[in-house]
Ligand binder design. Structure first.
Ligand code: CA
Ligand code: CA
Length: 208
């Protein structure tokens, strides 16, 4: 049995590995989405027990799937963590591809060769009043520290809307609509937006 970790909110569904039921296209009928890392056809979509689509090539080395609505239109997108090499970045590196879902198959919406800095991990959640889910990444700064970066979908890709201060080492935290960072000393900080300003606030309750 695969270890299944599912974190479901109204706006976001995160699949680390396994399968989940989610209404991808907002028609009231839930689809079942199965994710298997690093294989050919890493994502499968089933409707009423029948497989209606399977895709994502092995060369993408897909390592994570997050299902979120980045443009806020009520239809979900697949945010696929990939490990790719490109003509201008010949070393394998992590990025996030965005696939749309038209009810029958997934299609490329954004196949960015990289984000703003080397990527460690990512999540998505609706973090403010703006419609749609924000993409939150843990990235590596030039001096080898970790930082959080928040991206917003702008129709043809993402733009950075906030970056945290650097931390020596950290891990991405994601639980439903709460996203933050866990430091090596065990401290947990969550992203908050108050009066339009982003910040990290200590979180004392247990967050996995
Ligand atoms: Ca559906
Ligand atoms: Ca959408």
């Amino acid at each position: 049995m695969w270890r299944i970790t599912i974190l479901l909110t109204i706006f976001q569904l995160l699949i680390v590995l396994g399968s989940c039921q989610v209404d991808l296209d907002g028609d009231g009928q839930k689809e079942r989405v199965v994710f298997r890392a690093k294989v050919d056809g890493a994502i499968s979509v089933f409707c009423r027990g029948r497989k209606i689509w399977q895709g994502v090539p092995k060369r993408w080395q897909a390592w994570k799937l997050v299902i979120a609505d980045v443009d806020g239109d009520g239809k979900k997108e697949f945010l696929v963590g990939v490990n790719i090499k490109t003509r201008y970045f010949p070393q394998r590196h992590k990025s996030v591809f965005v696939l749309g879902w038209n009810g029958k198959f997934a299609y490329a919406r954004w196949l960015g060769s990289h984000l703003s800095k080397p990527l460690v991990d990512f999540a998505a959640a609706s973090l403010d009043e703006h419609q749609g889910d924000e993409l939150v990444t843990l990235e590596v700064t030039r001096d080898g520290c970790h930082c959080l970066v928040i991206y917003r979908w702008i129709g043809f890709g993402f733009t950075v809307i906030w970056q945290s201060q650097p931390f020596a080492r950290a891990r991405l935290l994601s639980q439903g609509s709460q996203v933050g960072i866990k430091l090596t000393n065990g401290q947990r900080l969550l992203i908050v937006n108050a009066d339009g300003k982003w910040a990290l606030k200590p979180y004392r309750q247990s967050v996995k």
